[in-house]
Design a protein around this ligand. Structure first.
Ligand code: PBG
Length: 321
């Protein structure tokens, strides 16, 4: 005789609502946004745009009205503004700094404004750091650029800086640099476990990336789970205020590991390729778009994310309100 029947808890919508283990909410969603000198659609990410400054302001206000918890800004400089060191990344009038000021002006403290702290959009070679004469990504000199960039971002109005370049020691260096300039209250969201992933493909179109080679000497091998934990532990020891796992959907084991040990909030980044796959399948009528989006983000929260970066943040916030 069957006495234990899990189906009893699934009998009605009311019962299912009662026993739901996670209830994702709009305020834990962060919308990644792109700003450039001119606006453009991104063909591999239908529905996502690179904004000019006016478009950015409008889109930010819309997202905040929908209830998103934060905005993560990436800068896309004109080709002519790139150089081998990425100097526009920390210029006070660089596109990312102007975008951050525009965001702060448009939405003030009503949402959390985050800045991507990485050189790859700004360098001609597309790498996340300075190169040695023989073409290797040079860790320690790059840290000084990240510090300058974080300070410029804080001065432009970012509440959070998010080093995504996977240089060793980046969190500690940025913390010291921010504190030295009086930005003790600017938080660091550390890309703790970031993998060398094929799923960043559409993003590289979005930022007009001119990457030569790959990022395998600084981003992690997708085969490595334990290493994700090690990277997170290091960032926590360096005083990261939040730690992130990226990509999200294919790295739920890493995310669950990090959530288990972290004493600070854990974020996960549902990346451009995860977005493009669902959009493409839905456009072909092969998948139920809304359910697939909802399920993909709910699964990330279930695995342990307190915060989810997703290009669907605004739309999801509308559905979840
Ligand atoms: C690097 C960076 C990347 C993404 C965010 N920050 C690209 C990369 O590492 O090549 C990818 C985001 C996405 O795919 O949505 N600054």
């Amino acid at each position: 005789m069957i006495t234990v029947r899990p189906r009893r808890l699934r009998t009605t919508p009311a019962m299912r609502r009662l026993v739901r283990e996670v209830n994702p909410r709009p305020s834990q969603l962060v919308l990644p946004m792109f700003v450039g000198e001119s606006g453009a659609d991104i063909s591999s990410m239908p529905g996502v745009r690179r904004h000019d400054l006016d478009g950015l302001r409008r889109a930010a206000v819309d997202a905040v009205e929908a209830g998103v918890g934060g905005l993560m800004l990436f800068g896309v400089p004109d080709e002519a503004d790139k150089d081998d060191r990425g100097t526009q990344a920390w210029a006070a009038d660089g596109i990312l700094q102007r975008g951050l000021s525009a965001l702060r002006e448009a939405v003030g403290d009503d949402t959390v404004i985050m800045a991507d702290t990485c050189l790859d959009e700004f360098t001609t070679h597309g790498h996340c750091g300075f190169l040695t004469p023989d073409g290797r990504v040079d860790n320690d000199p790059t840290l000084a650029a990240y510090v300058s960039m974080a300070i410029a971002q804080a001065a432009a109005g970012a509440h959070v800086v998010a080093p995504s370049g996977m240089m060793d020691g980046q969190v500690e260096a940025i913390r010291a640099g921010l504190d030295g300039e009086g930005f003790e209250d600017v938080a660091i969201l550390a890309y703790a476990a970031k993998y060398a992933s094929a799923f960043y493909g559409p993003f590289r179109e979005a930022v007009d990336s001119t990457l030569t080679g790959d990022r395998k000497t600084y981003q992690q091998d997708p085969a490595n789970r334990r290493e994700g934990l090690r990277e997170a532990e290091l960032d926590l020891a360096e005083a990261a205020d939040m730690v992130m796992v990226k990509p999200a959907g294919y790295y739920l084991d890493v995310l669950a590991d990090v959530a288990e040990i972290s004493d600070v909030p854990v974020a996960a980044y549902q990346v451009s390729g995860e977005y493009a796959m669902i959009e493409a399948a839905a456009a072909n009528g092969w998948i139920d778009r809304q359910r697939a989006i909802d399920e993909s983000v709910t699964a990330i929260v279930r695995a342990g994310a307190d915060i989810v970066l997703t290009y669907w943040a605004k739309e999801l916030a509308g559905w979840w309100k």
